[in-house]
Design a protein around this ligand. Sequence first.
Ligand SMILES: Nc1ncnc2c1ncn2[C@@H]1O[C@H](COP(=O)(O)OP(=O)(O)OP(=O)(O)O)[C@@H](O)[C@H]1O
Ligand SMILES: O=C(O)[C@H](O)C(=O)CO
Length: 413
Amino acid sequence: MRIAAIADDYTGASDLANTWAKNGLVTIQTIGIPEGLDVSGADALVVSFKIRSVPAAEAVAAAIRAWDWLTARGFDHVMYKVCSTFDSTDEGNIGPVTDALRARAGAALTLVTPAFPETKRTLYKGHLFVEDVLLSESPLRNHPLNPMHDPNLVRVLGRQTPDPVGLLDLATIRAGDAAVAARLDALAGEGVRSVIADAVAESDLDVLGRAAGAMPVSTGASGLGLGLARASGLGGGAVPASAPTTGPSAIVVGSCSARSLEQVAAAEAVMPVLRLDPDRLVAGEAIAEALDWARERIKAGPVLVAASGEPDAVRAVQARHGREAASAAIEAGLASLAEGLVAAGVTRLVVAGGETSGAVVDRLGIAGFRLGPEIAPGVPVLVTLGHEPPLAMALKSGNFGGADFFAQALTRL
Ligand SMILES: Nc1ncnc2c1ncn2[C@@H]1O[C@H](COP(=O)(O)OP(=O)(O)OP(=O)(O)O)[C@@H](O)[C@H]1O
Ligand SMILES: O=C(O)[C@H](O)C(=O)CO
């Protein structure tokens, strides 16, 4: 079974690609549909878009284009890769894209689970836990773009699709493949089109991977990706790509997650850190002087530049400028910063935040990535394709990595 994915952001794409590479699949992450890229040697492809927070119709159109491209090249199963914390709003885009891919595939229903126990994302009775608390009590409740206030994913997805949403509960999964198949058949017979699946351990993902792999499409995070990889029968040929280990390094942080804020604070003890004024960023200012600051320091060692703020401060910026306008302007500013850093000779670049990574990677014109070794669960070394000179990068999801992630990452790039 040749597997592929369509990812709704670039950090999540690299997270999934890392999971597949770690399981021995030769994996390439592409930026958009890879028309000009030679991907013939890949066991698995992750086609990544920046579509998590765009209008649903735009996300659906991109996903359908990617589905057509992938299935025309013989991929048997396509997973829609979403965030392990189910980042979405009542407008989508998990529901609309899941529905569109299922219709395109002519499938009766779609198995949906963001569970990823390795990073402590677990589901029980349809309720998503982040580490030891419900999603609604986790830092994701303060997400700048899609604050998550409801842990019941049957309800959350039910608000994003016109069709009934069902539950495949843990007890059924633990009863094995036949019980799962019977439950899915029964739900389909009741008119259910999307099924949220529990999972609290990797063994549950093996059952779900086999169940999902029997259908042409699924929706999930890297946990389901792990199950699909194991069910695919592929693997054994992956060798981590070697990254350029010379050249200056820099870290650009747009993520405002609690974890990223903690990581920026830890970095201040080991490298120069510049914190940007978000209002000046929104006004299109501050990047030129930030580049001057960085150029003076990158020959001596790594630097970190962050736009990130605490939740209340982020809400205040959004109140002053509008959420979408503030996000777009800050992402554009950080993309300009990254472009200037690479022009100044940086060849090892860490970016924190999914939307931020999308803006940076698009601005640098990167066509795709080969997978290097894992830095932290869900965060691999990425070696650019279609960029000269090749860059070693890491695209860190907001909630991933330990407190010392930034210092650790630079020892691997
Ligand atoms: N100080 C700030 N005030 C308001 N918005 C900010 C500020 N700093 C960054 N932002 C915006 O907040 C958003 C952060 O989203 P992003 O996806 O980059 O990080 P994340 O959600 O933590 O990452 P992930 O999606 O991988 O979990 C971006 O749109 C960014 O431009
Ligand atoms: O599944 C996750 O948490 C991924 O890393 C992601 O999608 C972050 O944006």
